[in-house]
Design a protein around this ligand. Structure first.
Ligand SMILES: Nc1nc2c(c(=O)[nH]1)N[C@H]1C(S)=C(S)[C@@H](COP(=O)(O)O)O[C@H]1N2
Ligand SMILES: [Mo]
Length: 332
């Protein structure tokens, strides 16, 4: 984010997306999360995708993903092709160029995976991801993702509400925030041993409790109907669709409920540029560039595909009330 790159990956039009859209057309229906959110009322399995999304992940996860409930669509915009979603990434642990996470994360092995649940909860401890997910029905959700760098995508995630997990641990009345930490393992994450890195590893993020409990807030374990590829934050990552992408922390090893607002990686590096809240807001510009519009991928030199950015990334009906009375210029 401090390092800006001008060029784009040319987009392939041949993607599993064509299959995906055909199935999606069967789906119309019930309102699940508010006015602009449609939930599928047809029992469709998560999309079948081509070999671009090879089977990956352990058996238990594949089975759980195969049993995901009908998709919830929060936008009817075109899905971003699989190739863009998985080859244009920000995952600085694997490098700073957009193609590096895909190129350099191949040897990363995210299974089995342990997660520490800590702080203001009933039963803090170390848990296997597999055990944490037992009994949770996954669902498919199509969300916009808007990076603070002013590009965006539409991604079909597979995951579950963060609230479902937090409720299992009975947060105490002192729990006001949730802090997340990414794995720190320089042997597997090459950029963590680089002397040139401006990030103080591990990558950390946080949410206010009501944001964390909001039904739009997801923990994703897959995309396009398969387990997450490593570059997308395997084995599980946060997805907060109304906030800039940097809030959606990848490859989480620790979830801690806290009384105080936790430190977050980008607001520590450049507090005047990146805030704790980081709500998508076309009216509050980044000090170095406008946030009024965004480049929707696939985008190229001759068809840049610039579209207006929406307040709260289009989720204002669902989330604006969380911030009533707050000055969004102060709490950016
Ligand atoms: N651990 C970790 N999480 C991270 C990042 C990162 O560098 N490290 N980048 C963030 C940023 S800036 C964005 S835009 C999104 C990108 O997610 P994607 O690559 O799956 O599109 O991941 C976020 N989560
Ligand atoms: Mo980002």
């Amino acid at each position: 984010m401090l390092i800006k790159k001008a060029s784009d990956i040319p987009a392939s039009e041949i993607t599993p997306e064509s299959i995906y859209r055909a199935r999606r057309d069967f789906m119309r229906g019930a309102v699940a999360l508010g006015a602009s959110v449609m939930a599928g009322n047809v029992l469709a399995a998560p999309s079948q995708v081509s070999d671009q999304a090879k089977d990956r992940g352990p058996d238990w996860l594949r089975q759980q993903i195969a049993g995901a409930s009908p998709r919830v669509i929060t936008t009817d915009e075109k899905l971003t092709p699989y190739d863009n979603v998985t080859h244009y990434n920000n995952f600085y642990e694997f490098g700073y160029r957009k193609e590096e996470p895909a190129e350099r994360s191949g040897d990363f092995n995210p299974y089995p995976w342990k997660v520490e649940i800590a702080g203001e909860v009933d039963k803090p401890g170390m848990y296997d991801l597999e055990d944490l997910l037992k009994g949770i029905t996954l669902e498919e959700r199509i969300y916009r993702l808007r990076c603070v760098e002013a590009w965006s995508m539409v991604i079909p995630w597979v995951g579950f509400q963060l609230a479902t997990l937090l409720k299992r641990f009975n947060p105490t009345s002192r729990a006001k925030y949730v802090a997340f930490t990414t794995l720190e393992d320089p042997k597997q994450m090459p950029e963590q041993s680089s002397y040139f890195s401006s990030i103080d590893w591990p990558y950390v993020e946080g949410l206010r409790m009501d944001e964390a409990m909001h039904p739009l807030t997801l923990l994703a374990v897959g995309l396009y109907g398969k387990a997450l590829p490593n570059q997308s934050g395997a084995p599980f990552r946060l997805v907060v669709p109304w906030k800039y992408g940097f809030k959606s922390i990848k490859s989480i090893v620790k979830i801690e409920l806290t009384e105080k607002e936790p430190p977050t990686t980008w607001s520590q590096i450049a507090p005047q540029e990146y805030g704790f809240y980081a709500n998508v807001n076309p009216k509050v510009d980044h000090p170095r560039w406008s946030q009024a519009s965004e480049r929707r991928l696939p985008s190229s030199l001759f068809s840049p595909n610039i579209i207006p950015t929406q307040m709260f990334n289009g989720y204002a009906d669902q989330v604006a009330s969380l911030y009533s009375g707050m000055d969004l210029r102060t709490y950016f």
